[in-house]
Design a protein around this ligand. Structure first.
Ligand SMILES: Cc1cc2nc3c(=O)[nH]c(=O)nc-3n(C[C@H](O)[C@H](O)[C@H](O)COP(=O)(O)OP(=O)(O)OC[C@H]3O[C@@H](n4cnc5c(N)ncnc54)[C@H](O)[C@@H]3O)c2cc1C
Length: 404
């Protein structure tokens, strides 16, 4: 790093990206580095899109929320530049943008996310809000009687399985709520247990929900290709299907001048510093960490921010990135809904499985978003019933389900 800190000048931090990791880092730097840093954010969009609620939008149980990026930069005294970073020159400490500008930095924090790519050939790949219209059309077709066999397929390369479980359960509820009971729904997954990553209690609860909803679960099965009315699976066989919904695989951003692996992801150390680069950090989905999840992205951002703040002279010890899967799995509303069907309780709508304001858990981002959206940080009253707290320390080598 140029010796801005040692000269007593604020360290100039450029944050590239306007998503989860970038905003957590921005808020963390503001909180812990204070005026020892100045921050400039470069992002192509005007708004931060809170993607997790995309699974609920086609069912009209929740809407995707958007928050102006300016709200974050104004609250933290940062500068906002609209544009995309096209290259980095680490030797000269500049980034280039698509507008042809060069922006100097003392420290660069990359938070560029990942790009969704189809993983199951010919399936409807659900990558976020942009695919909500396709899910809505699928539901219309189902209600119109033009499909009978629906398969939800978790590809072996998927790195965050929750949205597919939510989609399957919400679809099951949506269709039966409208009296459409003759459609079979199958969930195909390479996992050993459903949502096994979340621990045995959560896994059991999800298994029960799938069963109650009549969703057939095929474990240790890898979906490969959908064609001629069948989903080909490994290790062998196929399943009859009229439509297949799958999650994507993800690819890293592949920046010129920066080393990346064959999937485009960058390698980082314990403090999220780019391997071999003194003044560049990276956080979130663009890193090699195998689980691509918002909570992990914020933990990486916090670790990088603490290291940058310490370098800028803040009286703190940098915190190592120690991945923990944290949140609250909501099974209460869904199970109450299902019991209601058996006639024991009045009907309730079903919600996505992960408590919304904290669907992405970030030390600084969650309270900021909850305040901006006027929501509490944790579920209140009856929603808490049946909620399972999840706090699992992750081993990077065991967060994939690729043993099949
Ligand atoms: C449908 C869905 C549901 C999900 N549910 C959950 C959930 O319940 N809980 C959870 O924790 N996680 C969830 N996730 C995952 C979570 O959204 C991601 O892990 C998280 O957003 C990753 O953060 P990130 O900052 O790395 O990337 P992103 O949030 O994707 O942000 C990347 C940013 O980089 C910007 N960018 C890209 N290229 C450039 C460039 N060249 N120059 C400048 N900026 C650039 C993008 O415009 C964007 O602003 C879900 C994801 C999806 C798609």
């Amino acid at each position: 790093m140029t010796s801005a800190a040692s000269r007593g000048n604020p360290v100039k931090v450029v944050v590239a990206g306007g998503g989860v990791a970038a905003l957590e880092a921005l808020l963390a730097l503001h909180a812990i580095a204070e005026d020892r840093v100045t921050v400039e954010v470069i992002a192509p969009e005007q708004d931060f899109t809170y993607r997790p609620l995309a699974v609920a939008e086609p069912f009209r149980v929740a809407a995707v929320r958007r928050f102006p990026l300016r709200m974050f930069t104004e609250a933290t005294g940062a500068e906002l530049r609209h544009g995309s970073m096209t290259a980095v020159d680490p030797a000269r400490h500049v980034v280039e943008t698509d507008a042809g500008e060069e922006i100097a930095y003392d420290v660069l924090l990359l938070a560029l996310g990942a790009r969704p790519r189809p993983a199951v050939a010919n399936a409807l790949t659900f990558g976020g809000p942009e695919d909500d219209a396709a899910i809505s059309r699928l539901l219309e077709d189902a209600l119109a009687g033009s499909l009978r066999r629906l398969v939800f397929a978790l590809p072996v390369e998927a790195r965050w399985p929750l949205p597919l479980y939510e989609l399957a359960l919400l679809t099951g509820n949506y269709l039966s709520d409208r009296g459409t009971r003759e459609i079979s729904i199958t969930f195909v997954t390479p996992e050993d247990t459903p949502l096994g990553l979340f621990g045995p209690e959560a896994s059991r609860a999800i298994g029960e929900l799938l069963e109650l909803r009549g969703i057939d679960l095929r474990l240790r099965t890898v979906p490969i290709r959908f064609e001629n009315g069948a989903l080909g699976v490994a290790p062998e066989g196929s399943l009859a299907a009229d439509r297949v919904v799958a999650l994507p695989r993800l690819e890293g951003p592949r920046l010129p001048n920066l080393p990346h692996d064959r999937h485009g992801f960058v390698s980082t150390d314990d403090f999220c510093r780019l391997t071999g680069e003194e003044d560049i950090y990276a956080a979130g989905d663009m890193t090699q960490f195998p689980l691509k999840q918002g909570g992990i992205a914020t933990q990486q951002a916090d670790s990088a921010a603490s290291a940058i703040a310490a370098r800028a002279g803040a009286p703190i010890e940098p915190t190592r990135f120690r991945p923990i899967l944290r949140g609250l799995l909501l099974t209460g509303m869904a199970s109450r809904y299902l019991r209601a069907e058996a006639g024991t309780r009045p009907s309730l709508d079903v919600e996505p499985l992960w408590w919304p304001p904290a669907k992405i858990v970030g030390r600084y981002l969650t309270p900021f978003l909850a305040a901006a959206a006027g929501l509490g940080e944790s579920p209140a009253g009856p929603v808490r019933e049946g909620a399972i707290p999840v706090e699992i320390e992750l081993d990077p080598r065991e967060t994939c389900w690729s043993r099949v």
